[in-house]
Design a protein around this ligand. Structure first.
Ligand code: TNX
Length: 539
């Protein structure tokens, strides 16, 4: 049963400047500052790259090629500065706009980056256009803003296995996220339907596992259906995307989904299965998007060679993702698959295990050990909690229910909230829309209504373990129509961004709705996002 929880409507004052996510504190003053071709961006050595980012963002719409320089002019400037002494949390910033110009002081690099996003939102929405916008006065109102995030972790997951998105598409997606102050991109790189990351030691993972033939299309077929479908990222491309994201204050968390959801591995290297099942391989059953209990898509827990192979794979992955965490999936494993395996039964006996869940837990602990030996920490879906205790640094992504989120935080695992009924943007947005519905209809209002403090979900000090929130876009239903992924993402990601950023007491549906429809829709239009404009009756 799905219970809709709507936030209490406390009175939140309307701000004339319509910012999303809404800042902690905004003081609106008289007057404004007009940006011109001779405005200078003042940035020291540590802020230089951010200055160039701002210059580039302003270039196409204004036509200006602003100077980025170190010395401060008297007037007509945008000053960017990092000040670690600022008494704000990490990623916080102060932004002041007066007649002479604007100043952004960030606690750290992320703080300045976030301040830049707010500054862009103070300008007319045409600022986001990728072609010259003529006849616009580039004025921003005088303000003093003090701002910082509610949660350190504000993420979005994209599944590139069921549908493949190429590098420009992924970078565009990350760029849009960063403009909403979202700072994590969870890259779901592998699943039954395709392995999308080059691993030099195991070339078949991409030469075979990244492709599906005409009979293996996800229904309904994408394009003509008579070509093979797929794609993958080379290591060089991955490194470039990691850099692109880092410039935008976005850290990438890669996901390699094991031990289940591994059909793409099984067709490439059948030896990972307990019983290399040739009938299954001939069928090339990667066509089915939906997961099935009978599916032999599971790494064999009793095969010692598998841990060697996983170490090689994860070592390569760890070498080009700087994030502390690597997500190893762990969802929807069929542990009964191991019942008929002699080696698995021998392992159970040797380790004094009594049930299949303990085998799954054994696998997780081995992978945890591999990651620790590589200097990384483990993250996984909430199923990784089943069967026994893991290391206290291991992060749990709670997707199945609020109960699982409570369990994770109360067990003192760093916890990321992504419950399907609020945060799965592959769910339909209304009864008339395309999308899954197993977690209910996830309307914009439903997303926005999420309040982690309601119903005593995180009693005592357990809220401390909630690191943040994340949306998910699974892609089995994104094959048509074109750009449906943007329709599914926005404006729901705007709501997600505000949940992650704005204090609960400063959030209010009516106020968000006004800012969104009056101003943010315009911004997204100029960003060229194919977002959904829901008919008023189904908000
Ligand atoms: C569950 S959430 C899955 C995905 C599907 C999704 C569809 C999770 C960890 N696994 O494999 O794509 O539902 O909503």
């Amino acid at each position: 049963m799905i219970i809709a929880v709507f936030c209490t409507v406390d009175v939140v004052g309307q701000q004339a400047v319509a910012l999303i996510p809404r800042p902690v504190q905004v003081q609106e003053l008289q007057g404004s500052f007009e940006l011109t071709g001779s405005t200078a961006i003042v940035a020291g050595r540590s802020e230089k790259e951010l200055g160039e980012y701002l210059r580039d963002k302003l270039h196409s719409s204004t036509g200006y090629n602003l100077k980025v320089r170190a010395a401060e002019g008297e007037t007509n400037h945008i000053v960017l500065q990092i000040d670690p002494g600022l008494t704000l949390p990490s990623e916080g910033y102060r932004l002041t706009v007066g007649k002479q110009g604007a100043t952004i002081t960030g606690k750290d690099r992320g703080g300045v980056f976030n301040g830049i996003q707010t500054l862009l939102q103070l300008l007319p929405p045409q600022v986001y256009a990728d072609t010259l916008a003529r006849g616009i006065a580039w004025k921003m109102p005088s303000v003093t803003i003090t701002d910082y995030p509610r949660f350190r972790y504000r993420g979005m997951m994209l599944d590139v296995s069921r549908q493949f998105f190429d590098v420009p598409e992924v970078e565009q997606y990350i760029d849009w996220l960063s403009m909403h102050k979202i700072n994590r991109f969870h890259w779901h790189l592998t699943d039954d339907q395709g392995w999308r990351i080059q691993i030099k030691h195991y070339p078949r993972l991409t030469s075979v596992g990244a492709w599906r033939g005409p009979k293996e299309q996800l229904p309904p077929a994408y394009g003509s259906g008579d070509k093979r479908y797929g794609g993958y990222y080379t290591q060089k491309q991955i490194r470039a995307v990691v850099r692109y994201a880092a410039q935008r204050n976005v850290e990438i968390i890669p996901e390699i989904d094991i031990p289940g959801h591994s059909r793409a591995v099984a067709v490439s290297y059948p030896q990972i299965l307990c019983k290399p099942d040739t009938a299954f391989l001939e069928k090339g059953s990667r066509a089915t998007a939906n997961w099935d209990w009978r599916d032999p898509n599971v790494w064999c827990v009793g095969n010692e060679q598998n841990y060697k192979m996983l170490k090689v794979i994860l070592k390569e992955v760890a070498s080009f993702f700087p994030s502390k965490y690597i997500h190893i999936g762990g969802d929807e494993v069929n542990p009964y698959y191991w019942d008929h395996c002699t080696r698995c039964r021998a392992l159970m006996k040797k380790e004094h295990m009594t049930n299949a869940m303990e085998l799954q837990h054994y696998f997780m602990q081995r992978v945890e050990g591999i990651l620790h030996s590589l200097g990384k920490r483990m993250a996984g879906w909430d199923e990784i909690m089943d069967g026994g205790k893991l290391d206290s640094t291991t992060a749990v992504y709670a997707w199945r229910s609020t109960a699982k989120a409570s369990e994770a935080a109360m067990s003192h695992y760093p916890t990321v909230l992504m419950m399907g009924s609020y945060f799965y943007f592959d769910m339909a947005q209304s009864v008339n829309d395309r999308g899954h519905d197993w977690a209910g209809i996830v309307s914009l209002k439903k997303v926005y209504s999420f309040n982690p403090l309601e119903n005593n979900l995180f009693p005592d000090a357990s809220f401390h373990y909630v690191k943040g929130v994340q949306g998910a876009l699974w892609s089995e239903l994104l094959n048509k129509p074109p750009r449906f992924m943007e329709y599914q993402s926005y404006p729901r990601i705007a709501a997600l961004a505000e949940i992650g950023w704005t204090p609960q007491g400063e959030r209010n549906w009516g106020d968000f709705y006004t800012r969104l429809t009056h101003t943010h829709f315009e911004r997204m239009k100029y960003m060229n996002i194919a977002f959904r404009v829901p008919p008023p009756e189904v908000w």
